[in-house]
Design a binder for this molecule. Sequence first.
Ligand SMILES: [Zn+2]
Length: 288
Amino acid sequence: MSCAHNRSRRPRPAKALGAFILGVLLTCVGNSGPAAETTLPLFDTHVHYNRDDWDAFSPEAVIALMQQAGVTRALVSSTPDDGSLMLYRHDAARIVPILRPYRTPADRVDWFRSDAVLAYIEQRLEQKGYRGIGEFHLTDADHAAGDHIARLGQLAVEQGLVLHVHSGAEVIRALFATAPQASILWAHAGMSAPPALITELLDSHPGLWTEVSLRAGDIAPGGRLNDEWRALFLRHPDRFMIGSDTWTTSIWPDYVNVIQQHRNWLRQLPEDVAAKIAYDNAARLFAR
Ligand SMILES: [Zn+2]
């Protein structure tokens, strides 16, 4: 596609020339469709395709948004799980399904002590193809110490599944106490955990990875990569991943922009580190 339509004969002040050229380049990239996929490929490790989304966005529409954003693979969990399997059936090369324990949103409250949910998880895992269990929420370290979570950890280790956990730091410590061999992907890097605390956890637990969905504002306030986060990424370049978190339907129209916010800070890192965080770390952890 030609970008000739962007040329203007109107004289421009020299000061604005750089911005103008950048604008033309960006517009050209934006207009070229598939070219977006040939830029730094991204593995989005925090996607939900929940029941509320199904009428507004067909599986084809969701896959098209991922293509537009240059997301070549995506870790998907949904309430109910059928949403993940619908996307997987549409694009098995791109979609990596993990099993969410919530049959309905109500399960979120007490899933970690429910016999019915545990039975559901065990039965559902008999279908092969899942690469993890989650994303699930634990708000209290005591909740990570019960029999049900011990069984969940055992299932995960036996079947080589990653646990995708939305929690604070204390729960992560409790989970490793319950299931020391588990591989844990810490959602949102703890959501509000500061870099020093994330460093401490990654230093202490070699089985811990983290994804930074919803953290772009902390990582790069005003668009500029924060120094503490940069140091953290350079200290543990193999342990970070990016994610969008499409937790509610209203995120989907903004999906390309959410992904673009990650591209912005990634390009302020050394190229090899950016490539690991963008894609390689997740590809290795969720290798089939
Ligand atoms: Zn989520």
